[in-house]
Write a protein that binds this ligand. Structure first.
Ligand code: PLP
Length: 279
């Protein structure tokens, strides 16, 4: 069941979740968009009252916090992505964080091709065997080594990304004040990881022109999410609760700006071109 997003953070609108819960609902999956935390206290409270699990999609949220707690540490489980487009990368890859101790054992088995091999290595069983569903989810050594080095640099990577993010944010403040664009919103009780810098333009037409103008200068800006309820699988299997007005409206107007470690030297040039393209 899909519910609409909040127009400020673009995260799930927590005030609409409860109306979407049916007797078939098992899990709430909040996506921390752009590495900014969803309203987790409310979401965990709804889950408790309806006996649901919460799986945080923290794919974009490593190193961010909500009320002082790291994203990914609040729900019963959470996922992180180490895809090359993320802040901390291993090319492809990700992690399942299991915060509920009751779910850990099964998680180990699913990761080890449905076998209790982890228990065997710990000497808890005398041979290992196929006991449940699973697949081969373990990373190889080379990917793990690459990821380890990225993890060691996580603070400095995040700091550099935040500097770039803040530079954009300062430059675009006057345009927001004039009503020409809207900038990202980060609630006071969240710290974020500068996963993404986006602008919300007034219309789809303006966004199309903006992206084309910057492409002429070899600056790659991209639209981002396509609403899942309009995807072939989403429309076949998903349902919606209430209207998805903000989801559809904002997805047509959102544009992501370049943000990568190393952009610092060229950011002033990029910003000048962006201002020209908006003009
Ligand atoms: C919010 C969100 N969820 C899930 C994914 C999927 O992550 P991965 O490519 O590591 O499977 C991504 C990455 O694009 C994402 O941004």
């Amino acid at each position: 069941m899909f519910v609409d997003i909040r127009p400020d953070t673009l995260n799930i609108d927590e005030t609409r979740i409860e109306a979407a819960v049916t007797n078939k609902t098992r899990v709430i999956v909040p996506v921390h968009y752009a590495g900014v935390g969803c309203e987790m206290d409310t979401i965990m409270d709804i889950a408790r009252r309806h006996d649901l699990l919460v799986i945080e999609d923290a794919a974009q949220g490593i190193m961010s916090t909500y009320k002082g707690r790291p994203l990914g540490s609040i729900g019963h489980m959470a996922t992180l992505s180490f895809h090359e487009t993320k802040n901390i990368i291993s090319g492809e890859g990700g992690a399942l964080l299991i915060n509920d101790p009751a779910l850990v054992e099964r998680g180990e088995i699913v990761r080890e091709k449905g076998t209790n091999r982890s228990q065997f290595f710990r000497g808890q069983v005398d041979k290992y065997s196929w006991v449940d569903i699973g697949s081969s989810f373990l990373p190889g050594d080379i990917i793990a080594a690459f990821l380890w080095a990225q993890m060691e640099e996580a603070e400095s990577i995040t700091k550099r990304r935040l500097d770039i993010w803040r530079t954009y944010h300062q430059w675009f403040e006057p345009l927001e004040a004039q009503g020409e664009i809207r900038r990202p919103v980060v609630p006071n009780d969240c710290t974020h990881n500068a996963h993404m810098y986006y602008l919300l333009l007034p219309s789809l037409e303006k966004r199309t022109t903006f992206i084309a103008r910057l492409k002429e200068q070899d600056i790659h800006t991209v639209f981002h999410y396509v609403p899942l309820d309009t995807a072939p699988m989403g429309s076949q299997f998903g349902r919606t609760s209430g209207d998805l007005t903000h989801t559809h409206d904002l997805s047509e107007r959102l544009v992501r700006l370049p943000l990568w470690v190393g952009l610092e030297d060229r950011q002033t040039f990029v910003i000048r071109q962006i201002l020209a393209a908006l003009g």
